[in-house]
Design a protein around this ligand. Structure first.
Ligand SMILES: C[S@@+](CC[C@H](N)C(=O)[O-])C[C@H]1O[C@@H](n2cnc3c(N)ncnc32)[C@H](O)[C@@H]1O
Length: 280
């Protein structure tokens, strides 16, 4: 009985800690396996010589930079080609065709995409491949520009090289393997893709945002920010998007409450939102 009670207290304080992380960072750890989250948090407690989840919650309040270490412990700061395949399926099947249609209706050729917090470049290259595969022979009808930005200049150096370990090829859908050249135990993204993508250092809090974009992918970046910071960035994104422009967040991220009325919901599960067409 005693053991069961202790277990219930322990579960209760773990779930309180997870609620706190969700409320303050918008990071929903419920999507990760519980054992995995427990083990990763335990590694932080061990390092900090903290013995309870409650103490750890207090420590997070006093040392907000601990959130970054927790994220690193969860190895959330990684990326992948076509990360979360279903969002890229939606991008290919709905978002790209819709953008093409509205550009044609407005007699516009320029399509601009911003991958904010692009890490080592897999996301913007996946976006470029998706566009190319949908546009196919119509590629020349449009001027496509994909901007990848990040605060970490090391990841940008890797992104510009466009060479990745061969194991990552399995994340790229088979038909898109035509966009890479295999070089033994690495592969290189082909020039018809890399010429569409530019990388730039950009701190979302300090630097001027990329303006008038049709799509913003900002996935798995908000997990680093407080709710207030997220709201600030969402305001910037809203201003940067063209009318009817799309915003795509990460699976575990949510739109800040104050912004819910400003964006239209396109797909709740995939966290896809849209700036209404009637907006300036
Ligand atoms: C987990 S990665 C996400 C990569 C990619 N978007 C994805 O979903 O796979 C988060 C990236 O956000 C970047 N980042 C964190 N804070 C930032 C800021 N203030 N401005 C710009 N980028 C930031 C990090 O350097 C990191 O490369």
């Amino acid at each position: 009985m005693e053991g069961q009670q202790a277990d219930a207290v322990y579960r209760g304080s773990l779930s309180k800690l997870l609620d706190k992380i969700r409320n303050e960072r918008g990071l929903d750890l419920a999507q990760y396996r519980e054992r995995y989250v427990e083990r990763r948090i335990a590694s932080r407690l061990h390092l900090l010589d903290i013995h309870t989840y409650r103490q750890y919650a207090e420590y997070l309040d006093q040392n907000p930079q601990e959130y970054a270490s927790l994220l690193n412990a969860l190895t959330i700061n990684v990326t992948q080609f076509f990360r979360d395949g279903t969002v890229f399926k939606l991008f290919r099947e709905k978002i790209v065709p819709d953008i093409i249609k509205s550009k044609q209706a407005r007699h516009q050729r320029m399509i601009r995409v911003w991958s904010a917090g692009c890490a080592t470049g897999q996301e913007p290259y996946s976006l470029a491949m998706s566009f190319l595969s949908v546009m196919d022979s119509r590629s020349n009808d449009f001027l496509l520009s994909i901007q990848g930005t990040d605060i970490d200049s090391n990841v940008l150096t890797t992104a510009r090289k466009a060479v990745y370990p061969i194991e990552q090829l399995e994340h790229i859908p088979r038909p898109d393997h035509k966009y890479v050249d295999v070089l033994g135990d690495t592969f290189r993204i082909r020039p018809e893709v890399t010429k569409l993508v530019r990388f730039q250092y950009l701190n979302l809090f300090e630097d001027k945002p990329i303006h008038i974009v049709d799509v913003i992918f900002c996935r798995n970046v908000f997990i680093y920010f407080t709710r207030t910071e997220q709201e600030r960035i969402l305001e910037l994104f809203w201003a940067s998007l063209s009318r009817g422009g799309y915003l795509v967040l990460g699976r575990s991220e949510r739109l800040a409450t104050s912004m819910i009325g400003r964006f239209e919901l396109v797909d709740g599960r995939e966290r896809v939102y849209r700036k209404p067409l009637g907006m300036p």
